[in-house]
Design a protein around this ligand. Structure first.
Ligand code: CA
Length: 230
């Protein structure tokens, strides 16, 4: 599921830039250009995060933030406040406004995305890429837990990283050397055969009850998640 971001900003050029960059990151974007529209969209679209300009026509960013926190439905809705240099005062520095974070304009898109992801990770872990699923397998990066169907799968740290790596690109065949680089790191000297040992352990943990094996061995090439599995 993609996180929905509501951008509340009255500067047209910045709005377009934000919309372009945030959707490029894989989020759904809604736009509101004044405070009233923002309040309506917060209620109707139930966004996962609001990127909120401080100075807005009709209803100010601070007032919107206050209303978000006052309503039971939106109390936990994450807010990142945008301020122009000079507008920020002690209130926003201390985040007394109820915002989860704030950015001072001008800011880089890289910075914004980092903050956005950090706030989402904290508040909406299932939407921030911390959870990967493949068929009945669920890998939760934040809690470092794996489930298959209703069953908890106990994995060692290497098997966990190995599964995480395979889950990022189902169907893609990873050679043993690629897996060594990605899972063990480039600086570690490990024999290619070690990969086979850990894939074996991962399979054993995943397929404990004789379930279908989600990992495909590609002769002379390596391993992949079987795309016909899910
Ligand atoms: Ca403004």
């Amino acid at each position: 599921m993609r996180a929905r971001i509501l951008v509340v900003e009255d500067e047209e050029a910045l709005c377009a830039l934000l919309e372009y960059n945030i959707s490029k990151e894989g989020f759904d974007v809604e736009i509101a250009t004044d405070g009233e529209e923002a309040l309506i969209k917060i209620e109707e679209e139930s966004p996962d995060l609001v990127l909120l300009d401080w100075m807005l026509p009709k209803v100010s960013g601070i007032e919107i933030c206050r209303q978000i926190r006052a309503s039971a439905e939106t109390r936990n809705l994450p807010v990142i406040m945008l301020t122009a240099r000079g507008e920020e005062d002690d209130r926003i520095r201390g985040l007394d406004t109820g915002a989860d974070d704030y950015l001072t304009k001008p800011f880089s898109m890289t910075e914004l995305m980092a903050r956005l992801r950090a706030v989402l990770r904290r508040t909406r872990p299932t939407l921030s890429g911390d959870v990967a699923t493949f068929g009945d397998i669920i890998l939760d990066r934040e809690r470092r837990r794996v489930r298959r169907g209703q069953r908890e799968v106990h994995l060692g740290p290497t098997e966990f990283r190995l599964l995480d790596c395979l889950l990022q690109r189902p169907g893609r065949v990873y050679s043993r050397e690629q897996l060594l680089d990605l899972v063990w790191g480039r600086d570690v000297y490990v024999e290619a055969r070690t990969v086979d040992v850990h894939v074996g352990r991962l399979r054993k943990a995943l397929n404990r009850r004789g379930e279908k094996d989600p990992i495909r061995t590609v002769r002379a090439a390596g391993y992949a998640l079987d795309e016909t599995y899910s």
